[in-house]
Design a protein around this ligand. Structure first.
Ligand SMILES: NC(=O)c1ccc[n+]([C@@H]2O[C@H](COP(=O)([O-])OP(=O)(O)OC[C@H]3O[C@@H](n4cnc5c(N)ncnc54)[C@H](OP(=O)(O)O)[C@@H]3O)[C@@H](O)[C@H]2O)c1
Length: 239
């Protein structure tokens, strides 16, 4: 299959390119053609080192989407609108995969009348920062993306809980469960196979696109768990 990864020059895009590049043709999309070409060359070096064919090319986001059968949206939530507008004319009848998680860093508000001693509030130990799911009006990033694609285009949301660093490390077996949300069983099955293409990953059907918010909201939880418990790159496994 031909898979375009928009924002493929970034953290999570690298891992997808290196994992799927072992079985599929990958096109890295970027706002900057030269950057995409340079990054594609760098990823090809890694593939070659691991005994795989060089099968990654780089181009601008729109051309990447136009050339591909599957288009992965691997950019941040607040950057979605212009990119979706740019690719709208070239994604008829294609499958879009959203890995987008709308989240932000928050800090608890401590009211002036709280019982916490000031010395504690001002100490480094009093860490009130945390990540939270910033719920889009549509309910999830995926449902918002659904409003930005043509009727003939399929959309599946998946891979939200995969840590980028581990995905890009080809020495690592990833024994994770991947929640997959979407309205078309046919499209979900294509994504199930893409999940199975990555070492030990197991796809789990979560439900229609309306369930995407539940899955997206797990990522800030995982990051909080990692940050507060000296764990690195935490993911999910249902047992
Ligand atoms: N990082 C993770 O572990 C992880 C895991 C699961 C899901 N996700 C989701 O995957 C998405 C990408 O995350 P990431 O950490 O890979 O992001 P990132 O590295 O910060 O950015 C990805 C790419 O977005 C492009 N970009 C930057 N600013 C942009 C703008 N204003 N408009 C359009 N494109 C822009 C850049 O590519 P160019 O400069 O080449 O255009 C960049 O390489 C997010 O929605 C995130 O929630 C991330």
């Amino acid at each position: 299959m031909i898979i375009a990864i928009l924002g493929g020059t970034g953290n999570i895009g690298k891992g997808f390119a290196l994992r799927w590049g072992q079985k599929h043709e990958i096109i890295i999309g970027s706002r900057d053609l030269k950057k995409a070409e340079a990054v594609a060359a760098e990823y090809n070096e890694v593939l070659e080192k691991y005994g795989h064919k060089r099968c990654i090319t780089g181009t601008d986001n729109r051309t990447a989407a136009e050339k591909a059968e599957i288009v992965v949206i691997a950019i941040r939530y607040n950057q979605l609108a212009p990119v979706m507008e740019l690719i709208y004319p070239v994604i008829e009848n294609k499958l879009i995969i959203s890995v987008v998680v709308p989240m932000e860093k928050n800090m608890c508000y401590i009211s002036p009348g709280s019982n916490y001693p000031r010395t504690l509030i001002e100490s480094k130990e009093f860490n009130t920062q945390y990540f939270c799911f910033s719920i889009p009006e549509a309910g999830s990033a995926a449902q918002e993306i659904f409003t930005m694609i043509p009727e003939s285009t399929e959309l599946v949301a998946a891979f939200h809980s995969v840590p980028a660093k581990k995905l890009a490390n080809l020495d690592m077996e990833l024994d994770y469960d991947i929640g997959v949300c979407g309205n078309s069983m046919h499209s979900k099955e294509i994504v199930f196979d893409l999940v199975r293409n990555i070492s030990n990953m197991r796809p789990l059907d979560i439900g229609p696109l309306e369930t995407a918010g539940m899955v997206e909201s797990l990522t800030p939880l995982l990051i909080n768990v990692a940050a507060r418990n000296e764990m690195k790159d935490v993911s999910l496994k249902f047992v």
